[in-house]
Design a protein. Structure first.
Length: 351
């Protein structure tokens, strides 16, 4: 900043050089600096303040002696503080502009997505070979999956009638066949209801037609009916058949026949029956089924969902439906299953 001499205060305003925007700092022991008070002398305009070099202000820091600020000082300090403010405002404007641009892009994309609706695939457009309808649904959509199920002869609905259409062959014999499927419902006995006894036995033929279905009187006191799973209620087994009668009737039906089921060791255990291993077809232990669903001990529900696209055991279990489901799984793989067992027996004979 330019510093005036002591006698410069008496000189007229015209002879003086223009004052800088910053206030004049008095020298030690000298005359007071020429700080122009408000309303007197030349008022410093903000323009002249902006032209002032900021570096010169930094070079001469103000002393402790306070002095009045001029209007120019206020303008200069405003610009000094306001420098950051201006930058922040610019940043905010830029940020707001970017946000508005992004929002505009999102709205444009939404509008474009709404306008662009893909046409649903028609039956002639879909070609598949041994593909799971669920995979088709994930890749193409539900409409394509419906077409796939229709071509495979699988119903899409989950009603009782639609399930029976898949599991039961309507125009078929209702008598005994070479292969039969069995399933039992059990109730709990003992202090905690952990032990099981048979409460119902159902047997279906190779076409899914029910040929035997009876409730069994309990041989012990029932402590857990397991109704949510078994579907058994006290009134069902109170009027049921005697256990010995049921056991003999079931043994007669199974004699010399192929027995199909899911986890059959549990059913045979509660009936106190045995069956030749060669004539047992257990859907839980069939290796190709395990490999397809990638599960060492797959449930009947899982196998039906993956291989038949049918939901069973959705609520209370039904021994007739479970036996039908096991039989349908067996007939699905009957040729391969029986051929594999023949090859296995041939290898054993050679050894």
């Amino acid at each position: 900043l330019l510093k005036q001499k002591a006698n410069g205060a008496n000189e007229p305003n015209a002879a003086r050089p223009k004052e800088p925007s910053k206030k004049q700092v008095p020298k030690e022991g000298g005359a007071q600096g020429n700080a122009t008070p408000k309303g007197k002398g030349d008022t410093v305009k903000p323009k002249s303040a902006s032209k002032t070099n900021s570096s010169s202000a930094k070079s001469d820091p103000p002393l402790d002696a306070p002095s009045r600020r001029t209007a120019g000082d206020k303008a200069l300090s405003g610009t000094g503080k306001g420098g950051k403010g201006c930058k922040e405002k610019k940043k905010k404007k830029k940020k707001n502009g970017n946000i508005e641009k992004e929002q505009g892009d999102i709205k444009h994309k939404r509008r474009k997505a709404e306008e662009h609706v893909e046409p649903q695939p028609e039956e002639d457009d879909i070609w598949f070979d041994d593909v799971d309808p669920k995979d088709i649904e994930a890749a193409i959509g539900p409409e394509a999956a419906k077409v796939a199920r229709r071509k495979l002869g699988l119903e899409t609905g989950q009603s009782k009638e639609s399930v029976e259409q898949v599991l039961v062959k309507e125009k078929a014999s209702e008598g005994l066949t070479r292969a039969v499927a069995m399933d039992c419902e059990m109730v709990g006995v003992g202090p905690k209801g952990e032990d099981s006894i048979v409460a119902r036995v159902s047997i279906v033929n190779q076409f899914g037609k029910c040929i035997y279905d009876k409730y069994v009187k309990p041989t012990e006191e029932v402590t857990d009916y397991r109704t949510a799973v078994s579907g058994i209620r006290p009134e069902n087994i109170k009027t049921g058949e005697d256990f010995k009668v049921v056991q003999k009737e079931v043994a007669d039906i199974l004699n010399g026949r192929i027995l199909v089921g899911h986890a059959l060791h549990n059913d045979l255990k509660v009936l106190f029956l045995d069956h030749p291993k060669k004539k047992i077809r257990d859907t839980q232990k069939y290796k190709p089924f395990r490999q397809r669903v990638k599960n060492v001990r797959p449930s009947l529900k899982l196998l039906c969902e993956r291989l038949l696209d049918v939901r069973v055991q959705a609520a209370e279990h039904c021994s007739i439906q479970d036996a039908q489901a096991a039989m349908r799984l067996y007939t699905l793989e009957k040729r391969r299953w029986e051929a594999a067992l023949k090859d296995k027996s041939k290898v054993k004979k050679k050894k």
